[in-house]
Write a protein that binds this ligand. Structure first.
Ligand SMILES: NC(=O)c1ccc[n+]([C@@H]2O[C@H](COP(=O)([O-])OP(=O)(O)OC[C@H]3O[C@@H](n4cnc5c(N)ncnc54)[C@H](OP(=O)(O)O)[C@@H]3O)[C@@H](O)[C@H]2O)c1
Length: 270
């Protein structure tokens, strides 16, 4: 075998290491699921170069203030462009967030009312904002996009649509369709009710067309959704697929470890 100078050998190893790592941008990285994804990617730094996208300096500091976190607004595509340069994959975890109208008193019964801030309706965030991300990532040559949406989108009369007159599930569905038509390998995860509970402890369930909403198992921990987002990057079986995601209650079923098998069960492209 020819003698290779030591320095050269080190740099070849370093280059091989760099090229085998995947650079992944998570948007909504200051959000409740987004920050779990960002943290998991950072913890797996042997495999991923993590990048984050948040809306404010405050959110950036909340997740550690690292230089790999970009600040911008998804409604303005120019602010997304720098963040998507050189990425292999994009995980979209941005969403319009309804706010509760002040003055609600739970002791008096009734239901709270919700509103969206001017300019932050689902049409602007879940449609234009997601579309901007898909367009910017496509122009930058991204190889895969994972988009987290919500179950309930098959029913235009779903109660979530009347929240703040925002039609949130309708606009989310429109951006999902846009992604599916983009030609970019995609994974669309339509989550059930999100829970702030530990991940890795439940059997995950995948479904289609909101069928899981007719069952008792229609919620899933945010930590499990975050894990599925990252695992989707590892398997060809996750690509060009859209599916509902829920979980069995903790203590029933077998906690999901084999994500290749989970993705293989999904047959739906949209
Ligand atoms: N809640 C549920 O039970 C449920 C059920 C099914 C699916 N989902 C969906 O699952 C996903 C994750 O939910 P989550 O509760 O973890 O999310 P979340 O905490 O509400 O986070 C949403 C993120 O979007 C960011 N964002 C909003 N507008 C933005 C803009 N114009 N530019 C940049 N960023 C913007 C927010 O930034 P700031 O931090 O600056 O506000 C926030 O970090 C969402 O798509 C949600 O709709 C939720």
């Amino acid at each position: 075998m020819p003698r290779v100078p030591f320095i050269l050998r080190i740099s070849v190893v370093a280059m091989a290491d760099l090229s085998s790592k995947s650079t992944v941008l998570v948007t909504g990285a200051g959000g409740r699921t987004g920050q779990i994804v960002y943290k998991k990617l950072k913890e797996r730094s042997d495999k991923y170069n993590a990048k984050g996208f948040v809306r404010s300096q405050e959110s950036k500091e909340k997740i550690g203030g690292h230089d790999d976190v970009y600040i911008g607004d998804i409604r303005n595509i120019e602010t997304i462009v720098p963040a998507v340069q050189g990425i292999d994959a994009l995980i979209i975890l941005t969403s319009a967030v309804p706010k509760m109208k002040p003055g609600f008193d739970p002791t008096k019964g009734g239901r709270p009312e919700f509103y969206y801030e001017e300019g932050s309706f689902p049409e602007q965030v879940d449609w234009i904002g997601q579309k901007n991300q898909i367009d910017a990532a496509k122009a930058a040559g991204v190889k895969q996009i994972v988009l987290v949406g919500s179950m309930g989108g098959t029913n235009p009369n779903h109660p979530l649509n009347s929240l703040g007159n925002g039609n949130i599930l309708i606009w989310k569905r429109k951006s999902e369709q846009y992604l599916a038509d983009s030609g970019i390998p995609y994974t669309i995860i339509r989550a059930g009710g999100l829970q702030d509970k530990d991940g890795g402890l439940r059997e995950l369930l995948v479904g289609k067309d909101d069928e899981l909403l007719q069952t008792e198992t229609k919620s899933v921990p945010r930590a499990d959704v975050a894990e599925v987002c990252i695992q989707a990057l590892n398997f060809e079986e996750s690509k060009f697929k859209a599916f509902d995601l829920a979980s069995k209650p903790e203590g029933t079923g077998t906690p999901t470890k084999d994500f290749k098998a989970l993705f293989s069960h999904i047959t739906t492209r949209f």
